[in-house]
Design a protein around this ligand. Structure first.
Ligand code: SAH
Length: 201
């Protein structure tokens, strides 16, 4: 998988080492373990998916570019895979998931890895995580039409937020805060994430 990510253009060795350190097969159902290292999204139950390795690597690479991840918030823990990768690179990771059942599965998947700087919470990520804000990095693993205002508000003064935005032609939007200014840029590749919903279930 790591050689393929390199061939696909991922250059950041720290990101590649973090992806190499986390066993992706432990995050998918047993019956799908043989596909765990393919470059595809896979079902994790409740109509959700584990993100494609290239997209996980690319999103983290964008956020690592000339920056430390620092205190990081992930919206959409799903099976917990990306949270584990982030925990190898960030000082602290908070990951929220709106579906309680999935969060239980994520906890089970993550337990053997014993990642001391990762905390999971069942919460509606469109509200951010006010009790742990501000964040140097916010990464959103589900797509909507708008950027939730709470997420921008919970960025540290030099914080960065990466979120898939749009409907059919979804793109990654990078928002870089510089004090009261929020600079926005679109990043490649085009993506297709599960919808960012509200409330918890
Ligand atoms: N990070 C995962 C990808 C999970 S898919 C990985 O490592 O592969 C995206 C997840 O976002 C789904 O589990 C979905 O339930 C969750 N989600 C959607 N809207 C949300 C919200 N408002 N708050 C928290 N989680 C949300």
């Amino acid at each position: 998988m790591i050689d393929r990510l390199r061939a696909q253009g991922i250059r950041n060795e720290k990101v590649l080492a973090a992806m190499d350190a986390i066993p992706r097969h432990q995050f998918v159902e047993k019956g799908l373990a043989f596909s765990a290292y393919d470059d595809s999204a896979l079902p994790i139950g409740l109509q959700q998916t584990i993100s494609q390795p290239y997209v996980v690597a690319r999103m983290i690479e964008i956020l690592c570019d000339r920056h430390e991840l620092g205190r990081t918030l992930e919206i959409g823990a799903g099976c917990g895979y990306q949270a584990a990768v982030l925990s190898m690179l960030a000082s602290e990771v908070y990951s929220v998931e709106r579906l309680k059942m999935l969060l239980d599965r994520a906890r089970k998947n993550l337990r053997p890895l014993r990642l001391p700087n990762l905390r999971l919470k069942c919460a509606d990520g469109t509200l951010g995580l006010p009790e742990a804000a501000p964040f140097d990095t916010i990464i959103v693993a589900a797509g909507g039409l708008k950027v939730p205002l709470a997420l921008k508000a919970q960025l540290a003064p030099e914080g960065r937020l990466l979120i898939p935005v749009g409907d059919a032609g979804q793109r990654l939007l990078l928002i870089e805060r510089q004090g009261s200014v929020f600079k926005e840029s679109k990043c490649d590749p085009p993506v297709r994430f599960v919808p960012l919903l509200t409330g918890i279930e």
